[in-house]
Design a protein around this ligand. Structure first.
Ligand code: HEM
Length: 429
């Protein structure tokens, strides 16, 4: 495997999408991890292309309805679980908190609400099973057979069963993305109900496996940096034109996609936490012998079957590109109140400088939805709740760091949970 360490060379690699293929790798790994038959097989002509077409429903004008639905679901959870009580402090573990809100809100948004239009009773169990599966995920991707991983096979089976067609058919408000995929799967007699459900389960992993830790890091850094939190909250009130001293406890909030787009400092804060926590590896398998042109008229010969990898984490932590790269700076991706996009290496501008979502043909199709989701979560958090670290419990502990066991596979989990406390904001009291 050849690692490309110079980010100035990334465009040369990414532009060779045809000769440097991502899907050969993912097409091998995903069926093993999620338990469905390979989509490239002759048994399913056109399935792969159909699956790819479905990704469009996560982007462009389709994003607005996803954002709207996510807002309603987040609001439902905030109202039911977080905004009760008479303003007294509640303590919690921050990862658990983010995980329970983001897991359930994403589940409801992507797959729809339960038969009666409400929450799925099984959510806590599903989440527990998901976490057990997720802990084994790096081993599955590394090719360890599932039967060597204790109860992981049984856990995966139970997760898959949740998405069997006779259940999903009864849900309401399902996203167009999942509805289209369900229709697509129905066209293949060779796909059994369990195979269809396994595809849906794979999307559950893709849609929450990284979004939950991303929401955690975005929240953690803001709460640990009160100046950043104050600036982001101020921007939010300004964009929504809500005075900071207004009591919002009885009011539901909606944020449109346009308003989310105007939250420049919040977007920068989210990108900064993604920069610090993401560790995805972009893997390409060479499809034919060829001479790969690099910058400055140089080229290198590559052979069919060679594996080439980009590891953007090394770029994210490069002090030449990011001053004090270990330090969180919520406004690092802003300049004069606007988004900052010029970052340099060796005095040359970088085309790619922050890559938590992969690149080129393997770039995450859910990236716009993911960032919107995290921004929506932060918005409700900052508007409705006062949040702070449990100073006593946290003071004596080492700083939270990314747990490297997931290195190469997306957003890293924290190496420990964080004690914090929260209560509804009541500016007048
Ligand atoms: C912060 C959250 C997220 C991060 C950091 C993230 C990151 C990534 C990365 C790095 C890849 C490419 C994998 C590779 O190159 O090996 C990917 C693929 C993918 N992501 Fe995301 N993702 C996130 C959220 C989402 C969401 C919310 C969805 C859907 C609702 C989603 C759907 C997908 C799908 C379907 C693929 C596979 C694409 C393909 O096979 O070509 N992701 N994601």
């Amino acid at each position: 495997m050849t690692f490309i360490m110079n980010p100035l060379l990334y465009p040369s690699i990414i532009k060779h999408g045809r000769q440097l293929d991502f899907h050969e790798f993912s097409g091998r790994v995903a069926p093993l991890a999620f338990g469905y038959p390979p989509v490239h097989s002759e048994r399913f002509p056109g399935l792969d292309q159909g699956v790819r077409r479905s990704f469009r429903l996560l982007q462009g004008h389709n994003l607005a309805s996803l954002v709207e639905s996510m807002m309603a679901n987040l609001m439902l959870l905030f109202r039911k679980d977080l905004l009760g009580g008479r303003g007294s402090w509640r303590s919690g573990s921050m990862y658990d908190f983010c995980s329970s809100v983001m897991f359930e809100a994403t589940l409801l948004t992507v797959y729809g609400r339960a038969a009666g239009g409400g929450r799925h009773d099984e959510t806590p169990d599903l989440q527990d099973l998901f976490n057990r599966f997720d802990r084994m995920f790096p081993l599955l991707v590394a090719g360890v057979p599932i039967w060597l991983l204790g109860r992981t096979g049984a856990v995966r089976e139970r997760l898959i069963r949740f998405f069997l067609p006779h259940r999903t058919r009864r849900w309401s408000g399902t996203s167009r993305f999942i509805a289209m995929r369900s229709e697509l799967f129905e066209q293949y007699d060779a796909l059994g109900d369990t195979d269809k459900a396994a595809h849906h389960f794979a999307i559950l992993w893709a849609s929450v496996g990284n979004t939950v830790p991303a929401a955690f890091w975005a929240m953690y850094h803001l709460v640990a940096h009160p100046d950043a939190l104050a600036a982001v909250r101020q921007e939010l009130h300004r964009v929504l034109q809500i005075p900071e001293n207004l009591d919002l406890r009885e009011q539901d909030i909606t944020l449109t996609k346009e308003q989310l787009d105007q939250l420049i400092y919040m977007e920068s804060a989210v990108n900064e936490s993604l920069r610090l926590s993401s560790s995805s590896m972009n893997i390409r398998v060479v499809q034919e012998d060829f001479s790969m042109s690099l910058e400055d008229q140089r080229s290198v010969a590559v052979r069919r079957g060679d594996v080439i990898a980009l590891f953007p984490q090394s770029m994210h932590m490069d002090p030449e590109i990011y001053q004090d790269p270990e330090t969180y700076q919520y406004d690092r991706f802003t300049e004069d109140g606007r988004e900052k996009t010029d970052f340099f290496k060796d005095g040359k501008p970088l085309h790619y400088y922050c890559m938590p979502f992969g690149s080129g043909s393997s770039m995450c199709p859910g990236r716009f939805f993911a960032v919107s989701e995290v921004k929506q979560f932060l918005s409700l958090l900052l508007l409705y709740l006062e949040v702070e670290l449990e100073a006593e419990a946290e003071r004596a502990r080492a700083p939270v760091k990314p747990d490297t066991r997931r290195a190469g596979l997306g957003i890293q989990l924290p190496d420990r949970d964080v004690h914090f406390r929260y209560r509804p904001r009541c500016p007048g009291d």
